[in-house]
Design a protein around this ligand. Structure first.
Ligand code: XMP
Length: 355
């Protein structure tokens, strides 16, 4: 029996190699989960190439001529696993990209473009947005939202998996911090497991890598920079940034304002320098003036934080001129928004996300 926890997009940080906490009765398993001490830190294209070649051989050996399945979120970990498997076993890999309707602007399109069009992968793209939004209708409580999103994700993935024949393996983008993290920041980082009757053998080619190494390998595999150096994005996606009960119009305001923020950060050279930045749209309206008329619309909150381990976080000092430009664009380009705020709260006392 293998555990089949699918992590949509975990929290990973670049940490030095720590010692593994030993769990009672799990000594042997723990040893198998330990990064070999002889393993060099992958920090050059040469070392990445060597790792890729070794993994391709190991994957071919493990998988043979049967099928392997992967939930491809478009995050760096699952993307690197996909690219490795495409090189190793080509069309024996089936990638399933579930669009839960809470992805950022342009994300599903990029996954299709990179993997189906450019890498010629066997990619099943499932637009399940309507299903998720229906399930989330009127749900206000953050943890319930997370549970619904996680459970529905597994259902969609399971349905797709059942349509396929000859799959013996399930690939996952598990990385070393997932194994050594004694306790995640929030218990909900993993979205749950597949039913017991679906038994796959796990394929975890990057399970001994740290995030920085995954990025070096991703670059060597030819993945685009905005995928390789992507900021962390939570599994429940924009769903936890559309505060309270999710409505389509407010979700659209989150997506559009996030796209503006990302574009302006990229133009200002802040992409890859600031740890995480995004927008939030609370579920209340305030009075403003637009086109000489009274408006009653939502505010958009900007959040930009730096951290090493996501346990604490500090606020990025965005240059005032840039901040002004972002505020102008968001209040003038995003429908239903008349105000913009910058959240200056570090963690603690705030968490990074608002929900
Ligand atoms: P908080 O809000 O707890 O966030 O300060 C710390 C980091 O974790 C991410 N985060 C999540 N990631 N599923 C995820 O995969 C989640 O439910 C979730 N909640 C928060 C958050 O984006 C930040 O990087």
């Amino acid at each position: 029996m293998y555990t089949t926890n699918i992590s949509v997009e975990n929290l990973h940080t670049d940490m030095p190699v720590p010692s593994i906490p030993r769990l009672d009765g799990k000594g042997d398993k723990q040893m198998a989960e330990k990064r070999p001490e002889s393993m060099e830190r992958i920090n050059t294209p040469e070392l990445a190439k060597q790792f890729i070649d070794e993994q391709i051989a190991a994957l071919r050996e493990q998988i043979g001529d049967t099928g392997v399945l992967l939930a491809l979120s478009g995050g760096v970990d699952s993307s690197v696993v996909a690219a490795l498997l495409i090189k190793a076993v080509g069309k024996q890999l089936t990638c399933v990209h579930v669009n839960h309707g809470l992805l950022r602007k342009g994300e599903p399109e990029q996954v299709v473009k990179v993997f189906r069009d450019e890498m010629d992968a066997n990619l099943v793209y499932v637009d399940a947005s309507e299903r998720f939004l229906e399930k989330l209708k009127d749900v206000e409580e953050p943890e319930r939202k997370r549970k619904i999103i996680g459970a529905e994700f597994i259902r969609v993935f399971e349905e797709e998996a059942r349509k396929l024949d000859g799959i013996d393996f399930l690939a996952q983008g598990t990385i070393y911090p997932d194994i050594i993290e004694s306790g995640p920041v929030k218990a909900h980082h993993n979205v749950g497991g597949l039913p017991d009757d679906m038994k796959f053998e796990l394929v975890e080619p990057i399970k001994f890598l740290f995030k920085d190494e995954v990025r070096v390998v991703g670059k060597e595999l030819g993945l685009p920079d905005n995928m390789v150096f992507r900021q962390p994005f939570p599994g429940p996606g924009l769903g936890v940034r559309c505060v309270g009960a999710i409505t389509r119009d407010r979700l659209e305001a989150v997506r559009e304002s996030d796209a503006i923020l990302r574009e302006e950060f990229a133009n200002a050279g802040l992409e890859g320098k600031v740890w995480q930045y995004f927008t939030i749209v609370p579920d209340f309206k305030t009075v403003g003036v637009k086109n000489d008329k009274r408006s009653f619309e939502w505010p958009v909150v900007i959040r930009a934080v730096n951290t090493v381990d996501a346990m604490t976080a500090t606020i990025e000092e965005i240059p005032y001129e840039l901040l002004n430009k972002i505020v102008y664009r968001i209040t003038h380009e995003v429908e239903g928004v008349n105000r913009c705020l910058y959240d200056l709260t570090p963690k603690p006392t705030g968490t990074i996300e608002w929900e």
